[in-house]
Design a protein around this ligand. Structure first.
Ligand SMILES: Nc1ncnc2c1ncn2[C@@H]1O[C@H](COP(=O)(O)OP(=O)(O)OP(=O)(O)O)[C@@H](O)[C@H]1O
Ligand SMILES: [Mg+2]
Length: 499
């Protein structure tokens, strides 16, 4: 049987030398070594005389330096080799990504390709395979530049006519950005005049039939009430509690509409706290509805009489302006307390108010930035509301940007297999773009598991510097250095108080 010929490459990448060549080379090398040591001996005295002159420069034979370091000295000569780019990728695997194209927002430098990196969730949609939604997840440890990147997204996308909404800004750091871009900021807090009614219904868009819109508004309100109750109670609602919430909302809405008003959270809480009227409104099937709603009544009471009193239980003092380029809700006066729940509830109410205002499909391309979203992750009730909103957003032309610290923030929503965990993972799956800034070493495993990172990528994210992130866009990877314009640097500076 004929032995198959062994070929390492389609064309001569290596030119194996014959036995004789190797023997000749070896003899030459030996010759050279002898000559060099002889020259060293005879020239020893000359060398001393020429002290100060550099004579250590090696002299190599024409074939290059002998031994394993033969390529040094630029004498290595290989025959020219031609191959297709597909073969080249195998022969030389260290190829850089080609980038996502030049359309959209300039972000900075792709550090592997040494090229500009541009990104626009709206233009990529439908163009890149596997890019199923415009949502972005941004994770990184404190002070790495997550907010700065989000603000650059906002600032740079306004030039494209996109609008930017920040429904909850617990640090108040977006207000100067909104002002600089001609937008507005609403501050909510104890003693402040600003009030938002999360049960506000946005005006019906012309394209949506009245019945459908009514159902949509009701669904949003129920989802909000359920989330608030679930967060305060720290548990899922019982079936009878769901019914009670349903019935209470319908009662309050009917009364409010008769009087030409918008329903208020306080009215829902009062109805839940009135077992007789609840039983009556519930009809035949619900003899103990009033009794079952007791916990709910206490939960919603917090929104009305507790630390959030008056802020989300009054007619809104501001009207939503769909033409403003940017709108932010500043909740910084609320933070600082030891109890995070009040802030989280406020963030939810503020988000609900803004999201309902953004439910016009003809509102153009918009960004919703959930900065500090990690605070919401611990509450499955809030996650569920957020996920429902995200499902809608694609049809509305909205890109959501969620900023968290660690990927394990997503895991705090519940144990493996729990509903909370499923919701968090669903939210992650709804982000086609994941930007990972530096992660602590103990977080690398969670990040690698959740995002399916390679070992090289996992290693990379533990060493990223400020403003540098691993971008995973529909399965493709980039390491990008976000570059700030000097004006942006001044406007986005959150270190000022540290200097
Ligand atoms: N790409 C960058 N180049 C230079 N400086 C940057 C860059 N990104 C951010 N910074 C600076 O780093 C500081 C911290 O940034 P930023 O507030 O965005 O961090 P963060 O990740 O949002 O922090 P936190 O987790 O506390 O919210 C800011 O003063 C900002 O100006
Ligand atoms: Mg930040």
């Amino acid at each position: 049987m004929a032995r198959p010929s062994r070929r390492t490459s389609a064309s001569p990448l290596f030119t194996p030398g014959g036995r004789r060549d190797r023997a000749a080379l070896k003899a030459t090398r030996r010759h050279l070594a002898d000559a060099a040591s002889a020259a060293g001996r005879t020239n020893a005295s000359d060398t001393a005389a020429q002290a100060g002159q550099d004579d250590s420069r090696p002299v190599y034979p024409v074939s290059g330096r002998p031994g394993p370091a033969s390529a040094r000295g630029n004498r290595l000569k290989l025959p020219a080799h031609r191959m297709t780019t597909a073969v080249a990728a195998g022969a030389y695997p260290f190829l850089a990504e080609g980038g996502l194209g030049a359309e959209g927002l300039y972000i900075g430098r792709d550090v592997h390709a040494e090229a500009s990196f541009c990104f626009d969730p709206f233009t990529l949609y439908g163009k890149v395979s596997g890019y199923t939604n415009p949502n972005v997840l941004l994770a990184g440890v404190i002070g790495q530049g997550k907010s700065a990147l989000s603000k650059s997204f906002a600032l740079r996308s306004i030039a494209f006519g996109h609008r930017v909404y920040v429904p909850c800004d617990p640090k108040g750091e977006w207000t100067p950005v909104a002002e600089a871009l001609g937008g507005t900021s609403i501050a909510i807090g104890p003693g402040l005049p600003g009030k938002l009614n999360p049960l506000d219904a946005a005006p019906r868009p012309d394209s949506v039939p009245a019945r459908e819109w009514e159902g949509e508004v009701r669904k949003r309100r129920l989802l909000l009430l359920g989330s608030l109750a679930r967060t305060v109670l720290g548990r899922d609602l019982q079936p009878m509690e769901h019914t009670a919430l349903d019935v209470a909302l319908d009662t309050v809405v009917t009364t409010a509409e008769t009087n030409g008003r918008t329903p208020l959270l306080g009215e829902v809480a009062a109805t839940l706290n009135n077992p007789a009227s609840l039983d009556e409104a519930g009809g035949a099937m619900s003899g103990r509805l009033g009794e079952a709603a007791r916990d709910l009544a206490h939960a919603l009471r917090r929104m009305v009489h507790g630390d959030l009193a008056g802020m989300f239980d009054a007619p809104s003092t501001v009207a939503f302006d769909p033409t403003a380029p940017m709108l932010t809700i500043d909740l910084s006066r609320l933070s600082g307390g030891s109890d995070d729940t009040a802030l989280v509830l406020a963030m939810t109410c503020a988000s609900a108010w803004m999201e309902s205002a953004l439910s016009d499909p003809g509102g153009g391309r918009r960004w919703i930035v959930y900065d500090e979203a990690w605070r919401l992750m611990r509450h499955p009730g809030l996650l569920q509301r957020m996920q429902a909103q995200w499902k809608l957003s694609r049809g509305l032309g909205i890109a959501n940007l969620m900023v968290i610290h660690r990927l394990s923030d997503l895991l705090t929503a519940g144990d493996e297999g729990s509903r909370g965990r499923a919701l968090a993972e669903g939210l992650l799956a709804d982000c086609s773009t994941r930007i990972i800034y530096r992660q602590e070493t103990d977080q690398l495993h969670a990040a690698a598991t959740l995002l399916g990172l390679t070992t090289v990528e996992t290693e990379a994210i533990s060493h990223l510097g400020r403003g540098r992130g691993l971008w995973k866009v529909a399965g493709r990877s980039f390491v990008v250095q976000h570059l700030l314009h000097p004006r942006e640097r001044t406007l986005f500076d959150t270190d000022a108080r540290m200097h």
